[in-house]
Design a protein around this ligand. Structure first.
Ligand SMILES: *[C@@H]1O[C@H](CO)[C@@H](O)[C@H](O)[C@H]1NC(C)=O
Ligand SMILES: *[C@@H]1O[C@H](CO)[C@@H](O)[C@H](O)[C@H]1NC(C)=O
Ligand SMILES: *[C@@H]1O[C@H](CO)[C@@H](O)[C@H](O)[C@H]1NC(C)=O
Ligand SMILES: *[C@@H]1O[C@H](CO)[C@@H](O)[C@H](O)[C@H]1NC(C)=O
Ligand SMILES: *[C@@H]1O[C@H](CO)[C@@H](O)[C@H](O)[C@H]1NC(C)=O
Ligand SMILES: *[C@@H]1O[C@H](CO)[C@@H](O)[C@H](O)[C@H]1NC(C)=O
Ligand SMILES: *[C@@H]1O[C@H](CO)[C@@H](O)[C@H](O)[C@H]1NC(C)=O
Ligand SMILES: *[C@@H]1O[C@H](CO)[C@@H](O)[C@H](O)[C@H]1NC(C)=O
Ligand SMILES: *[C@@H]1O[C@H](CO)[C@@H](O)[C@H](O)[C@H]1NC(C)=O
Length: 501
C-alpha cells in the first residue's frame, strides 16, 4: 500500500495530476443513460483505477451478473460482460474493496457510430420541419445519444479528451440531452431503426465539418493508397482518427454510418476509390480487435452518396466522388465493399438552403434510404428493396441503344441525363473524351431506349453514363426511379471497351 502511494507522489511531481488519479471511474464514453451493445455480442467496459487493485463489474436489473475480478494494469481495467438481451434499465457498477461507481439507467440495444463531415454534423434543428422532428424526441426515450467533442491529436489516444454531449435521453430543448445540436442524419436513422426494431438504439456522433477522409484514416489505411507520406498542411492525416475514433475502438458496436466526401472533391479526389474502401476495412479490423472480437470484423457500414453543390456546374468533382464512393462500380454492396449500403442523395438538392447549397435540408429521405440498406444488409431482412435500378444489359443498335435494368423502372423523359461518348476508334473513353447528350426516346417496364444520333454516323458509341453532373436533376425529379418511385437509380458510367479508368 505505502509503496503504491509513494509511486503516485513521484508521478505527480513529474507528470500531470491526471495520470496519477487513482480514483475508480469509467472511461469518458460510459455514462448514465447509455446504451451498451446487446446480445449476441458482449459489451466491453473499461476505466481507470488504482494500480494493482482488482475491479469487479456487476449488472443489476432484469438479469444480474458479476464479472470475475480484473486487475488494474497501467491504471486501466477492462471487462467483457456476458451477452445481455435487448432491454433495460440496468445499473452497471464497478467496485473495488472500498469504492464503487455506478452507471444508472443503462439499456442494451444496438450501437451505431455516425461519422463524417458537415452533412453528418448537420443538426436536427437545421432540417426541414425541424420543430416537428424535435417535438418527436419525447416519444423515443429508448434512442439515446452521445457526441464526441471536436478534438484532434498527432498520436493515437486511448480515451476521448472531451465529450460534447454525454449519454442522454434526447429532449427537444433541455440540455444536456438536447437534440438541437445532434446530427440529424444520425438521429433520424436511429429513430427510424427504432420504429422497426422496437428495442434500444445508441447513437455515437463523432464528426467534423470540412474534413477529408485522410483525417479519419489511420496511417495503415493511408499507406494502402500511397497517401501516408504526403505533405498535408491543414488536412493533416489521421488527426481525427487519433482523437475521435481510436479512443472508441474498445466499445462494442453494431455498425457505422458515414456522410463525407465533399472535402475530397478537390483533395486527393482520384485516390478516393482507394482511400474510402481502405478506411472502411481498417475501421472494421480496428474495432474488431479493440473490442476483443466482439464488434464484427465485417460490421455493416452505411454511407450517403454525395448530394449536390453547384447547380449548372460542369465540374466533375462530385460525380467522380460519387463513383469512387462505390469503388468505381456504381452500387454497393460489391465485391470490394462487402456489407456496405448506400443512400443515393443526388436527387435531393436544396437550392435555397440557408446553410449553403452544399447542405441540403432534407435529411429525412437520406436517413430513410439508409435505413432501407441497414434493414437488408445489417439486419438481414428479406425482401427489402434498398437498391435503385442499375443496368444489367446494354444493347447498341444503329441509332439508339437499349438499357435493360435489373428491376422495373419508373421513367420520365430527359434530353440530357444520359450521355454517350463518341469515338472514331474502339477505345475506352476518359474524362477528356467528347460526351454528348443521348435523349430518352421511349421506355418499357424494365428498359430505357436512348438516341445515339448525336454521334457522327462513322463514330462508335464508346461509353454511356447517367446523371454525371454535380446537380443532375430537380428535387426528387431524376428521370429514373425504381418501379415504386422510391429509390433513385444511382449514377453510372459504362465503357463499351474495357481498360478505362
Ligand atoms: C439503480 O440504482 C438506483 C440508485 O441507487 C436505484 O434507485 C435503482 O432502483 C437501481 N436500478 C436498478 C435497475 O437496479
Ligand atoms: C492479478 O493480480 C494478482 C496479484 O495481485 C495475481 O495473482 C493474478 O495472477 C493477476 N491476475 C491476472 C489475470 O493477471
Ligand atoms: C494530444 O493528446 C495529448 C494527450 O492527451 C495532449 O497532451 C495533447 O495536448 C494533445 N494534442 C493536441 C494538439 O490536442
Ligand atoms: C499539420 O502538419 C503540419 C506539418 O506536417 C504541422 O506543422 C501542423 O501543426 C499540423 N496541424 C495540425 C492542425 O495538427
Ligand atoms: C481510381 O480512380 C483513378 C482515377 O480517378 C484510376 O486511375 C484508378 O485506376 C482507380 N483505382 C481503382 C483501384 O479503381
Ligand atoms: C483498446 O483496444 C486497443 C486495441 O486492441 C488496445 O491496444 C488498447 O489497450 C485498448 N484500450 C483499453 C483501454 O482497453
Ligand atoms: C415536412 O412536412 C410536410 C407536411 O407534413 C411534408 O409534406 C414534408 O414531406 C416534410 N418534409 C420532410 C423533408 O420531411
Ligand atoms: C415481397 O415484396 C413484394 C413487393 O414489395 C411483395 O409483393 C411480397 O408480398 C413480399 N413478400 C413477402 C414474403 O413479404
Ligand atoms: C429496344 O427497345 C425497343 C422498345 O423499348 C424495342 O422496340 C426494340 O426492339 C429494342 N431493340 C433491341 C435491339 O432489342
Amino acid at each position: 500500500m505505502a509503496g503504491r502511494i509513494c509511486v503516485c507522489v513521484v508521478v505527480t511531481l513529474f507528470a500531470s495530476l491526471y495520470s496519477c488519479d487513482e480514483s475508480l471511474r469509467f472511461a469518458s464514453y460510459y455514462g448514465d443513460h447509455m446504451v451498451l451493445q446487446k446480445a449476441p455480442e458482449r459489451a466491453v467496459l473499461w476505466g481507470y483505477g488504482p494500480e494493482g487493485a482488482q475491479v469487479t463489474v456487476s449488472l443489476s436489473g432484469q438479469t444480474q451478473h458479476k464479472t470475475p475480478p480484473v486487475n488494474v494494469t497501467k491504471g486501466i481495467w477492462r471487462v467483457t460482460l456476458d451477452p445481455v438481451e435487448a432491454g433495460g434499465p440496468y445499473n452497471v457498477t464497478a467496485a473495488l474493496q472500498q469504492s464503487t461507481v455506478t452507471l444508472t439507467d443503462v439499456l442494451f440495444g444496438d450501437i451505431w457510430l455516425c461519422g463524417g463531415q458537415s452533412n453528418m454534423a448537420f443538426a436536427t434543428s437545421q432540417v426541414f420541419n425541424a420543430s416537428e422532428e424535435l417535438a418527436l424526441a419525447v416519444k423515443y426515450p429508448q434512442v439515446r445519444i452521445f457526441m464526441a467533442a471536436m478534438t484532434l491529436n498527432e498520436t493515437e489516444l486511448t480515451d476521448l479528451v472531451q465529450v460534447e454531449v454525454p449519454w442522454s435521453v434526447p429532449t427537444a430543448s433541455a440540455s444536456p440531452g438536447d437534440l438541437i445540436h445532434f446530427s440529424a442524419v444520425c438521429w433520424l436513422f436511429g429513430r427510424y431503426m427504432y420504429d422497426k426494431l422496437k428495442y434500444p438504439i445508441g447513437l455515437v456522433e463523432s464528426c467534423w465539418g470540412g474534413t477529408p477522409v485522410e483525417a479519419w484514416s489511420s496511417s495503415r489505411a493511408l499507406q494502402q493508397c500511397g497517401l501516408e507520406a504526403l505533405e498535408n498542411g491543414p488536412h493533416n492525416n489521421s488527426i481525427l482518427w487519433n482523437a475521435m475514433i481510436h479512443p472508441l475502438l474498445n466499445m462494442t458496436l453494431k455498425g457505422a454510418i458515414w456522410y463525407q466526401g465533399e472535402s475530397n472533391a478537390a483533395y486527393h479526389q482520384e485516390e478516393y476509390n482507394c482511400s474510402f474502401p481502405a478506411m472502411i476495412d481498417d475501421w472494421r479490423m480496428a474495432f474488431h480487435q479493440g473490442s476483443g472480437g466482439q464488434t464484427a470484423s465485417d460490421f455493416p457500414f452505411g454511407f450517403v452518396q454525395l448530394s449536390t453543390y453547384k447547380k449548372g456546374s460542369t465540374d466533375e468533382g462530385f460525380p467522380n466522388i460519387r463513383w469512387h464512393q462505390t469503388a468505381d462500380t456504381g452500387f454497393v454492396p460489391n465485391p470490394r465493399m462487402k456489407r456496405t449500403f448506400m443512400a443515393v442523395a443526388m436527387d435531393l438538392p436544396d437550392e435555397k438552403s440557408p446553410y449553403g447549397t452544399i447542405h441540403p435540408r432534407d435529411k429525412q429521405d437520406v436517413a430513410y434510404r439508409l435505413t432501407l440498406g441497414a434493414r437488408a444488409v445489417a439486419y438481414n431482412e428479406k425482401n427489402v428493396s434498398f437498391l435503385g435500378p442499375f443496368p444489367s444489359q446494354i444493347l447498341i443498335a444503329q441509332v439508339y441503344l437499349n438499357i435493360t435494368y435489373d428491376q422495373t423502372v419508373s421513367v420520365t423523359s430527359s434530353e440530357d441525363i444520359f450521355e454517350i461518348c463518341c469515338s472514331e476508334v474502339p477505345a475506352p473513353c476518359g474524362p477528356q473524351s467528347l460526351w454528348v447528350p443521348a435523349p430518352i426516346m421511349q421506355w418499357g417496364p424494365t428498359t430505357v431506349q436512348v438516341s445515339t444520333s448525336m454521334c457522327q454516323p462513322t463514330d462508335k458509341v464508346a461509353a454511356l453514363r447517367y446523371a454525371w453532373k454535380d446537380w443532375p436533376c430537380d428535387f426528387k425529379a431524376c428521370p429514373v426511379y425504381s418501379g415504386t418511385g422510391v429509390l433513385p437509380a444511382p449514377p453510372f458510367k459504362i465503357n463499351r471497351w474495357p481498360g478505362d479508368t
